[in-house]
Design a protein around this ligand. Structure first.
Ligand code: XMP
Length: 510
């Protein structure tokens, strides 16, 4: 394990991911964790992340006591680098020479970190203070025009540091620098997908023993991969429940019912609840009310199914697709923090008490996708872009009816098909297609007047859905989507593009 000590940087998760890309397992821990607790995790190496503050600022997070005396190889990045320099007797100063963004770095001496790398390279900087004097015992290995000590190392003590951010892609050779540190620390590249899946399966076996488990499938990648892992571990003692609320996109129910079952051999109960959801949504136009109704009905249907399964024998475990970022964000990593419950099974009644099985708790989304590939899941599920739990129900502006759902499903399928054909799936975070069901506009088709509905295309780029920008989809792709939708979907006579970033617009319209 490599521990990434989080000094409050938005970069800690990125560092952990980059370490894992070197096939070395890493975990994020808060900088307030005592060193003794860190050592219990038997770290092979420690990385100190960047942070928002100046090392001199009031309340600047201190380096955990005794960290540099543990003998564990340690790599300081940005704030972590400055904190290391300061703690060991170096000099950090506000030189007035702040650097932000791409900066030219000159390697003075290859040392271990820069072995075999070019003397001149671009790195990503973001700092106000600078290390102006390295502590005794360190060799200064790189500098920039504004920063005399941009990298330093003392291999005899296993201590390394860089001012720049090796974890961001704008640092040309950052991944190499990180890899060199991990090699110097003696970390073996054993964190491979095969091992990850095998370890997860083993852990589930140990947790569930001879017990039985249930799992709700949503059609998305997280619940699918979680279920596939648990199925490998306990076979038919897992029962999956797929509540088809009728609000999924074209082909998605079949992906779960047919392709996923074929690929995994999972025991599946399908509930076609579309009639029930439509009835509950009838006459409802308020977005929040729609969300509440869909959530409530979902729980009720799931509850009924869970009770039916329990009638065949006790069930102690509920499988959830909680991911590592959720664990970290809810203050955890220690296993004791309260974890966000997945929206679609939170809120079960008290008499249905389950222990949670969360086989994806240590994984990032991209790792979950690769695990899905390793497990042989259908590619359409593995690579599915984010899709909200309430589904198309919140993409019909106005009342949700079966006719409107069918219409939107067709329009959405065309948009997805054309974006895929244009090779844009990896560039676009997601592309909601929204039906303005209560709006009509006049058009002309053939010789006749039409009076149909508009659909909105909402393609966005994003890192994490917290912020987003509208994606600049090429005009010819937009043109093809527009032509096809207006030709092939009766009732839609206009296609418009949403050019709002988030904020102020959210990604979904409701
Ligand atoms: P907004 O519209 O808030 O969406 O910008 C941010 C991201 O979250 C997705 N989303 C949801 N996902 N249940 C989910 O699982 C929901 O109720 C829900 N609402 C929005 C949305 O698609 C986008 O990726």
């Amino acid at each position: 394990t490599v521990l990434v000590v989080d000094f409050g940087a938005q970069y800690a998760q990125l560092i952990a991911r980059r370490v894992r890309e070197c096939h070395v397992y890493s975990e994020i821990v808060p900088s307030t964790m005592p060193v003794s607790e860190m050592l219990e995790r038997k770290p092979k190496a420690i990385i100190l992340s960047g942070g928002p503050s100046s090392v001199y600022a009031e309340g600047a997070p201190p380096v955990p006591d005794g960290l540099f005396e543990t003998g564990v190889p340690t790599f300081g990045i940005c704030y972590g680098f400055q904190a290391m320099a300061r703690a060991l007797g170096g000099e950090v100063a506000k030189t007035g020479a702040a650097e932000f963004g791409g900066t030219s770095l000159e390697v003075l001496q290859e040392g271990l970190l820069f072995a075999g790398l070019p003397v001149a390279q671009t790195v990503w900087m973001s700092h106000g203070d600078s290390v102006v004097g390295a502590p005794a015992g360190f060799t200064v290995t790189a500098a920039t025009s504004a920063t005399p000590v941009a990298a330093m190392e003392d291999p005899s003590r296993g201590l390394y540091g860089v001012q720049f951010h090796p974890e961001v892609l704008h640092s040309e050779h950052g991944q190499q620098v990180l890899k060199h540190f991990l090699e110097a620390a003696g970390c073996r590249p054993s964190w491979t997908m095969l091992n990850i899946v095998e370890d997860a399966v083993e852990a589930v076996r140990a947790q569930v023993g001879e017990g039985r488990a249930v799992c709700g499938l949503s059609g998305g990648v997280d619940s699918a991969v979680a279920a596939a892992i648990v199925q490998r571990a306990i076979g038919d003692r897992l029962t999956c429940v797929f509540v088809d609320h009728g609000l999924l996109r074209k082909g998605e129910a079949e992906q779960v019912e047919r392709d996923f079952v074929e690929a995994t051999g999972v025991k599946l109960r399908v509930v076609d609840a579309s009639e029930r959801f439509l009835k509950a949504l009838s006459g409802v136009t308020d977005p929040e009310e729609k969300r509440k109704i869909i959530g409530r009905e979902f729980i009720r249907v799931f509850e009924d199914e869970a009770r039916a399964i329990i009638a065949d024998g006790p069930v102690d475990f509920l499988v959830q697709g909680t991911l590592y970022p959720d664990v970290v964000e809810s203050g955890g990593g220690t296993g004791t923090a309260n974890i966000k419950s997945h929206h679609n099974v939170g809120g079960l009644p008290d008499d249905l008490k389950f222990q949670l099985v969360e086989p994806l708790r240590t994984l990032f989304k991209d790792e979950v996708r690769r695990a899905g590939e390793e497990l042989g899941l259908p590619p359409a599920m593995v690579w599915r872009q984010p899709f909200p739990g309430p589904g198309l129900g919140i993409r019909i502006i106005g009342e949700v009816t079966r006719e409107r759902l069918d219409l939107l499903r067709e329009a959405d399928a065309i948009a997805r098909e054309e974006l895929t054909r244009a090779g844009l799936d990896r560039d676009i975070w997601q592309c909601p297609v929204v039906l303005l069901a209560d709006v009509r506009s006049v058009g002309v088709q053939g010789d006749g007047r039409t009076y149909g509905h508009p659909v909105v295309l909402r393609p966005v780029t994003s890192e994490d859905a917290m912020t987003a920008d509208w994606s600049r989809v090429p005009y010819d792709v937009l043109a093809r989507i527009s032509t096809r939708i207006t030709n092939e979907v009766r009732e839609v006579n206009r296609v418009v593009l949403d050019v709002t970033s988030k904020p102020p617009g959210t990604i979904e319209w409701e």
